[in-house]
Write a protein that binds this ligand. Structure first.
Ligand SMILES: Nc1ncnc2c1ncn2[C@@H]1O[C@H](COP(=O)(O)OP(=O)(O)OP(=O)(O)O)[C@@H](O)[C@H]1O
Ligand SMILES: O=C(O)C1=C[C@@H](O)[C@@H](O)[C@H](O)C1
Ligand SMILES: [Mg+2]
Length: 266
């Protein structure tokens, strides 16, 4: 297969691409690494040199992209800015590669980049921009990735190996169905991530209740929560009855958890 991963800085093209290549038993090419091999300095070091323009970088990137697109049985991870040079986009559009767009919420890339171990290379394009400028760059690039992609994979709250499996399946599946499921899976993962976070708070609250002797269940608080959520979220697709049901399932489980923490022998 011929697979090309595109998407914004930090979305996981290198991480996922490497694992995907291993799984498919394909060669892996990271264009940023290939840039360094060919030019002696990596993209960041090149871009940090005041004598070098971004345009000069993109033109060198073009040569590496063109050479890499000649290969077969390969997974190529691009640099996040590959779509900034129209000639690069044309090259990709005219290739016979499966172009896969790794997408995420802006907050996800920000979290990943801020918690990524600092490398000697760094990410000057990020370091030189304010968060709002970085957001503008993200917004500006999004349609460029979308225009080139055969398939969009939503990466939020998903482990790299989950994404590898999703991509493998997607290459055999119907694109539209896959994309919608990919987005739904990310939301489900986010929902359960938030539920997990909620249970951590419940645990802290149980400790406080145990200390102060406060009752585990306070009916007026439960009613207040219900009313607030209904006011804020009730709609045609999510009527008040549904909100009540969800809240009931979540709070019942939380109460049980608090009881187990406070009086495990009962
Ligand atoms: N699915 C994921 N879940 C959590 N963390 C991830 C995921 N994918 C990547 N990361 C982490 O995010 C950081 C950025 O990932 P990576 O370098 O693969 O991004 P990239 O898209 O190749 O970025 P660039 O465009 O700058 O090359 C790394 O620290 C990596 O470990
Ligand atoms: O998003 C970008 O413009 C870049 C991303 C990196 O992968 C490198 O290719 C370089 O730092 C530029
Ligand atoms: Mg990368």
């Amino acid at each position: 297969m011929k697979i090309l991963l595109i998407g914004f800085m930090g979305v996981g093209k290198t991480t996922v691409g490497r694992q995907l290549a291993t799984k498919l038993n394909h060669q892996f090419i990271d264009l940023d690494v290939a840039f360094k091999t060919k030019n002696g300095v990596g993209p960041s070091e090149f871009l940090q040199n005041p004598a070098h323009t971004e345009q000069a970088f993109r033109e060198l990137e073009y040569d590496i992209l063109a050479t890499s697109l000649q290969k077969d049985n390969v997974v190529i991870s691009t640099g996040g800015g590959v779509v900034m040079l129209p000639a690069n986009s044309t090259l990709i559009a005219q290739s016979d590669f499966e172009v896969i767009y790794l997408d995420s919420q802006f907050s996800t890339v920000l979290d990943r980049l801020l918690s990524a171990p600092k490398t000697a290379e760094g990410r000057p394009l990020m370091d030189n921009l304010s968060v709002s400028e970085f957001y503008d760059l993200w917004m500006m690039r999004k349609p460029k990735y979308a225009a080139l992609a055969k398939l969009k994979v939503v990466t939020d709250y998903k482990q790299p190996m989950t994404l590898v499996d999703e991509i493998k399946q997607a290459l055999e599946a119907q694109t539209q169905l896959f994309e919608e499921r990919s987005a739904i899976d990310a939301v489900d993962n986010e929902l359960f991530y938030l539920l997990k976070k909620r249970f951590t708070l419940v645990k802290q609250l149980a400790a406080y209740k145990a200390q102060t002797g406060l009752a585990i269940v306070q009916p007026e608080r439960m009613l207040g929560m219900q009313e607030r959520l209904i006011n804020e979220f009730a709609s045609l697709e999510m009527p008040a009855s549904f909100i009540k049901q969800v809240l009931e399932v979540v709070t019942k489980r939380a109460i049980k958890h608090e009881e187990q923490l406070i009086a495990p022998d009962r």
